[in-house]
Design a protein around this ligand. Structure first.
Ligand SMILES: C[C@@](CO)(OP(=O)(O)O)[C@H](O)COP(=O)(O)OP(=O)(O)OC[C@H]1O[C@@H](n2ccc(N)nc2=O)[C@H](O)[C@@H]1O
Ligand SMILES: Nc1ncnc2c1ncn2[C@@H]1O[C@H](COP(=O)(O)OP(=O)(O)O)[C@@H](O)[C@H]1O
Length: 311
């Protein structure tokens, strides 16, 4: 019998420092070289016992905005069994036989549908929180297996830091990131659908080559050379995101004009990411990108940071 009454897990957002995308596979996914980097923008997932006769898994879910603006789309987070965190709790209960139903509460600072993997982060946090709440004691490898079954991006927030994802992004190898990188994220009012962005990519780049890693990026990260990191940032999905949301070009330009070392769309967008020279420079870039028409909000965050952690 568990005596735990609540477990809270803090989990970071990600930005993709390289996103190399191959052609569509038979299963509809794309092979990637996906350099994930965890940034200090955190959701929290709290698991408590649910007062219900339901059996195992999640019996309820609530969500609140952590404040500060970036997660202001929290009303778009599904509060039912379609939520990725709920699905994570259900999967873990099925796999482990855990019987006590739980309630999940999400405190969101990661923008919703912003290409920063907030839903995936919440799923990873739910796995860690439920594993602790139910006292199951699954090891890291088993949690990574379950994460990969939930989505391509769910494994990374379990480990955090900086890592290279291959396959559809779920096969992770840790990478060294020396020093602290300073980021600015420009958030849009509306999200972009990940499958739609991949679909636009297929139309724009028929016959794309197999994805390849970039040794210059990995060397720059290992050396902690922010300027070289900025020069090596790349995202194959960026033209597709720009085709679907042309106004993002102005946001990117505003950041470049403010001296960003790199300016790019994060993952499938529409969040735009900018690398700064320092925390002060990041504040100046944030002020500049806020003036772009598509930018609803700009936040600063450093990276990298650890993955899902019980607090
Ligand atoms: C693009 C990335 C970059 O990190 O994330 P976002 O920027 O959206 O957060 C990821 O590849 C998104 O990962 P995730 O959001 O977990 O995707 P999944 O649930 O696995 O798949 C959603 C849909 O995205 C497309 N998809 C996803 C991953 C992949 N390697 N190839 C794909 O084609 C497929 O259309 C799939 O049906
Ligand atoms: N826990 C969750 N938090 C946010 N969105 C979620 C969650 N679970 C499911 N979703 C759904 O997933 C979609 C993608 O959200 P999110 O993971 O935040 O963005 P992205 O895939 O662009 O990184 C949302 O539009 C929402 O409908």
């Amino acid at each position: 019998m568990t005596t735990t009454t609540a477990v809270t897990v803090r989990v970071p957002a990600k930005v993709n420092l390289q996103l190399a995308v191959g052609p569509a596979r038979e299963d509809g996914y794309h092979d990637l070289v996906n350099v994930f980097h965890a940034v200090a923008l955190f959701d929290e997932v709290t698991v408590t016992g649910a007062r219900t006769r339901a059996n195992g898994g999640a019996a309820g879910l609530s969500a609140e905005d952590a404040g500060g603006g970036p997660a202001s789309h929290v009303d778009r987070v599904p509060l039912d069994a379609s939520n990725l965190a709920w699905r994570a709790a259900d999967l873990l209960a099925r796999e482990s036989g855990a019987r006590e139903p739980v309630h999940l509460h999400l405190r969101k600072a990661i923008p919703v549908a912003g290409g920063m993997a907030g839903g995936s982060a919440d799923a990873a946090a739910a796995l860690v929180a439920c594993n602790a709440f139910w006292g199951i004691g699954l090891d890291r490898e088993r949690l990574l297996d379950l994460a990969a079954r939930l989505g391509s991006d769910v494994a990374f927030p379990l480990v955090g830091g900086t890592a290279v994802g291959t396959g559809r992004g779920e096969v992770l190898a840790p990478a060294r990131c020396a020093g602290r990188l300073h980021w600015v994220f420009a958030l849009s009012e509306g999200g972009l659908s990940t499958p739609e962005v991949f679909g636009a990519y297929d139309r724009l780049r028929p016959g794309a080559p197999a994805p390849r890693g970039d040794p210059a990026l990995m060397a720059a990260l290992a050396e902690g050379d922010a300027r070289a990191v900025g020069a090596a940032l790349s995202n194959d999905l960026q033209p597709a995101a720009l085709a679907l949301r042309p106004a993002l070009a102005e946001t990117l330009e505003a950041g470049r004009a403010a001296g960003a070392l790199g300016a790019f769309v994060s993952g499938s967008g529409p969040t735009c990411a900018f690398l700064a020279e320092s925390a002060e420079h990041a504040d100046r870039i944030a002020d500049a990108v806020r003036t772009a028409p598509d930018c609803a909000h700009a936040v600063t965050a450093h990276g990298d940071v650890p993955g899902a952690t019980v607090v």
